[in-house]
Design a protein around this ligand. Structure first.
Ligand code: SER
Length: 315
């Protein structure tokens, strides 16, 4: 079957790079991106539509116009911004998902990608090698909305046969697109500031270890999951996916190997510290490895080198 994809929330950190990879794979004419604002750059062959995922009527009209076979729903409010606007975060993250799921059933669109996050875990989840199935007591509104979203995805798969696939993304690091409003954003900012000013002030403490992943791995993993045969998938909530785990102190050491004068300092009492402290330090992703052959390819050293080389030459 010829695939036709609509991506909602395509201007964000993951969307921008995932859309480029999907356009390459399926052809620009088969990938429609959409968001609440026009993106900063749009090439001639790229199809873009303005949409607010909370406007169900407009969303329905958009889906009827383009008749996609797959929907990627990436519109969401992340953890740090979510704490400033909890009701808005809940509304966007939950009702955006429900609108897409209900319209997918109504219009017969079977395949959906929806991202979850390491934020579904909480203070009582194991910290190291956090298992797919364990105590999950998220205490950020973002994490609560993602965990509820996961339950909805599994429910809609079981009850209505929707082919929903999902990944619990760790913090994503990329030189092309900036993240917005997350707790893991420091791991991207640190590179930009290292090159620009030779120093960075981290809002997370030296020993705060979090699961992260380099963007090329995240994009490849997402497409591999979407391409995997349905019968191989045993998880219909959302897959744990691991890349690299590190602390601010460890990434600073790695940056110093290339930029020896780099200096890292720390800001205390940032509200993002409490969010980070409630999340895992590392993730067990055996289900993704066994079900669809997931394997990350960048370690901390390879990612740091690649980030700095690209930022030096391309930004
Ligand atoms: N990167 C996200 C955040 O920090 C986690 O999913 O909010």
């Amino acid at each position: 079957m010829k695939e036709r994809i609509i991506m909602i929330g395509a201007n964000g950190q993951i969307g921008s790079e995932l859309a480029a990879a999907l356009r390459q794979k399926f052809g620009s004419e088969n990938v429609i991106t959409s968001d609440i604002r026009t993106p900063q750059t749009l090439k001639d062959d790229e199809i873009f539509e303005i949409i607010n995922v909370l406007d169900k009527q407009a969303l329905k009209a958009l889906l009827e116009k383009h008749k996609p076979t797959q929907i990627y729903l990436l519109a969401a409010m992340l953890s740090a911004t979510g704490e400033q606007y909890p009701q808005k975060a809940w509304d966007l993250n939950m009702n955006g998902l429900l609108n897409v799921l209900d319209l997918a059933i109504e219009l017969g669109i079977k395949k959906i990608f929806w991202p979850s996050s390491i934020a579904v875990f909480g203070p009582h989840s194991p910290k190291q090698q956090t298992d797919q199935y364990c105590i999950m007591d998220p205490n950020s509104i973002y994490g609560i909305s993602k965990l509820a979203g996961e339950r909805l995805c599994e429910y809609y798969h079981a009850k209505y046969g929707l082919d929903i696939r999902s990944i619990r993304y760790p913090g994503i690091i990329s030189w092309k697109t900036a993240p917005g409003g997350g707790t893991t954003d420091y791991a991207v900012h640190i590179f930009f500031e290292a090159l620009k000013h030779g120093k960075y002030s981290s809002f997370l403490s030296a020993e705060t270890e979090l699961p992260m992943m380099y963007m090329p791995d995240a994009v490849r993993g997402t497409i591999e999951l979407m391409e995997a045969p349905a019968e191989k998938l045993t998880i219909r909530s959302s897959y744990n996916l691991a890349g690299i785990s590190f602390t601010p102190a460890q990434i600073a050491e790695e940056i110093k190997k290339i930029l020896p004068n780099f200096e890292l300092s720390y800001v205390e009492n940032d509200p993002r510290q409490a969010i980070a402290d409630s999340w895992p330090a590392s993730i067990d992703d055996s289900y993704a490895r066994n079900d669809w052959g997931w394997k990350p390819s960048f370690d901390l050293e390879a990612m740091t080198k690649d980030m700095i080389e690209n930022l030096k030459t391309n930004v």
